[in-house]
Design a protein around this ligand. Structure first.
Ligand code: 3HC
Length: 318
């Protein structure tokens, strides 16, 4: 293809983005647009699947049957979110096997938040309330992302995430209406999950190598800092309502900005965790590798059945 032809395709593509049109899998797109979407969508999918581990560890230890049913439903939802997102990534011409290999080899990232341990039952509340609350903030913005399959995956995912956030907040509310020991457990969980939840939104905009281009492509509709600020503004009143204290001495409503000012994030900790040196990185990848090995027979059986069924259908057709 000549340079002139590529230039005109790029101009047409940029005009479609400017018109807020959805780009579909069969449409022409710049190679960098395709690669960036494979990177972000697949890491989003990996986050959903790895995110099942901290909560899955508490299913057998739920305090009541009702809590167990809710947690089972939530963890199962996360698995489904991963499947939608892997399917969206596959529309860009990469196979599921390649995506899974990138996760299991440690090459691909997943959200830093899942490399922290879930130490008490209150962590199930803090994860639902804060982690899924942060995920909703980010994912609602992604409903308007320019790539059609990603945008449509977000619509279903966001509906389920709001149940996740509410069940988590309700756990925290129940604990705060409980004994002093239960209130202390809820505050301890908030103390441990607050700052890692702010880190979920990624580095500051000034340090983000991807945000500027992702905003131009309308992959991102809000920047990392804008989403982080919206999450703080929404979550602080929720904490205060049930008597929890946000672990940040610099947190203060700024009437002029109409936002909360908050303290400094420990970016050294953030990059340590992103680069594989968090409290649970090794454990999480080992668990995913074991699950993949243990599940090999299921994949083989499904592929064998599909092949046999395809051959039978072919023979009947000829
Ligand atoms: N954890 C791990 N890596 C992170 C990160 C985090 N919290 N934040 C940023 N990074 C990585 C980025 O992947 C990028 O590395 P790469 O170029 O090698 O991929 C690098 O740090 C620089 O960050 P940028 O801000 O420039 O990168 P992005 O433009 O990709 O923005 C993001 C990061 C905001 C996380 C964006 O990728 C995004 O919005 N992803 C979709 C949403 C998502 O993945 N959320 C994760 C949680 S999903 C979840 O919580 C499920 C729920 O059900 C519980």
């Amino acid at each position: 293809m000549s340079e002139m032809e590529i230039k005109s395709l790029e101009e047409r593509f940029n005009q479609r983005i400017a018109n807020d049109e959805k780009i579909e899998a069969k449409d022409w797109m710049p190679e960098k647009y395709r690669k960036t979407h494979i990177r972000q969508i697949s890491q989003h999918a990996h986050s959903e699947i790895v995110g099942m581990l901290p909560e899955g560890n508490w299913i057998t230890r739920c305090p009541t049957l009702r809590r167990k049913v809710a947690l089972l439903a939530k963890v199962q939802d996360e698995g489904g979110h991963g499947l939608y997102l892997y399917s969206a990534a596959e529309t860009l011409g990469i196979s599921r096997e390649e995506l899974i290999d990138q996760l299991l080899s440690g090459e691909a990232k997943y959200s830093s938040i899942f490399n922290y341990p879930a130490l008490t039952w209150a962590d199930m509340g803090a994860i639902g309330w804060l982690v899924d609350g942060a995920a909703i903030m980010n994912q609602v913005a992604l409903i308007n992302t320019s790539y059609g399959p990603y945008s449509r995956a977000m619509i279903r995912i966001c509906k389920e995430e709001s149940f996740h956030q509410r069940q988590g907040y309700e756990i925290m509310m129940a604990l705060m209406n409980g004994t002093q020991e239960q209130r202390d457990m809820a505050q301890d969980a908030l103390n441990r999950w607050w700052w890692p939840s702010l880190m979920m939104f990624g580095p500051r905009d000034a340090e983000s190598p991807n945000t500027e281009q992702s905003m131009r492509w309308k992959l991102k509709r809000k920047t990392n800092d804008e989403l982080r600020q919206a999450f703080v503004d929404q979550t602080v009143p929720q904490a205060e309502l049930i008597g929890l204290r946000i672990p940040d001495d610099k947190l203060k409503w700024n009437e002029e900005r109409k936002h909360y000012d908050f303290g400094d994030i420990d970016w050294e900790e953030f990059w340590q965790v992103v680069n594989g040196h968090g409290p649970c990185n090794k454990q999480r990848l080992e668990a995913r590798r074991k699950a993949h090995e243990d599940g090999a027979w299921v994949r083989d059986a499904a592929m064998a059945y599909a092949e046999k069924h395809a051959n039978k259908t072919y023979r009947q057709a000829v």
